[in-house]
Design a protein around this ligand. Structure first.
Ligand SMILES: [Ca+2]
Ligand SMILES: [Ca+2]
Ligand SMILES: [Ca+2]
Length: 188
């Protein structure tokens, strides 16, 4: 993957995180995202799962602020985000350690009956409710189901999302970057 493509992925991630589209990341963006995921999954904002999820998004914000806010103004600019992601924060092991609990909390709100799996159709419906176009939702849901058995396990979900940041030098011969590209747009 060229650095141009990688830079574009960071930009697309930035745009996804910039929930109010004002060109900077701030705490409110992360609060909004946490709530929008709970809403899309049809669970109450006051429920235990939603509380865990919004707590995780808040934790991610604090982490990002600590590592990326170079000028200390309490906001993350696109440039600051790019720099942090191409540095230590973008390290696969660091990402995995920092994001796993967040993706697990996200999966928990989708997995309404708590059996640790979500049907591909269920995932697709969630993604549409979250705001993805239906074609894209189907593509992402299908790719999350890595072994193609029609069900997405918690592990497939977490690995799929973390994998979208980790497709450089990881899992040679394997399509490790499967999920991120369709979610974040036509990269490359
Ligand atoms: Ca914003
Ligand atoms: Ca800043
Ligand atoms: Ca599966």
């Amino acid at each position: 993957m060229t650095s141009d493509v990688r830079g574009r992925e960071y930009d697309l991630t930035f745009d996804t995180l910039d929930a109010n589209a004002n060109g900077v990341l701030e705490e409110q963006d992360f609060v909004t995202l946490g709530k929008s995921i709970a809403r899309a999954a049809g669970i109450a904002e006051s429920s235990a799962k939603a509380t865990v999820l919004t707590g995780e998004w808040r934790r991610c914000w604090v982490l990002l602020l600590e590592h990326a806010d170079a000028n200390g103004d309490g906001l993350i600019s696109r440039e600051e985000f790019r720099r942090a992601m191409s540095g230590a924060l973008g390290d696969p092991a660091v990402l995995e350690r920092n994001l796993r609990a967040g993706f697990e909390a996200e999966f928990a709100v989708i997995d309404t009956d708590d059996d640790g799996v979500a049907a591909v159709d269920q995932m697709e419906a969630f993604l549409v409710a979250w705001g993805l176009e239906s074609d894209l939702a189907r593509t992402v849901a299908t790719r999350l189901d890595r072994n193609g058995d029609g069900r997405i396990t918690r592990e497939e979900y977490v690995a799929g999302w973390i994998g979208c940041f980790m497709d450089e030098g990881e899992g040679e011969g394997e399509d490790a970057g499967g999920v991120g590209s369709p979610l974040l747009g036509p990269v490359g």
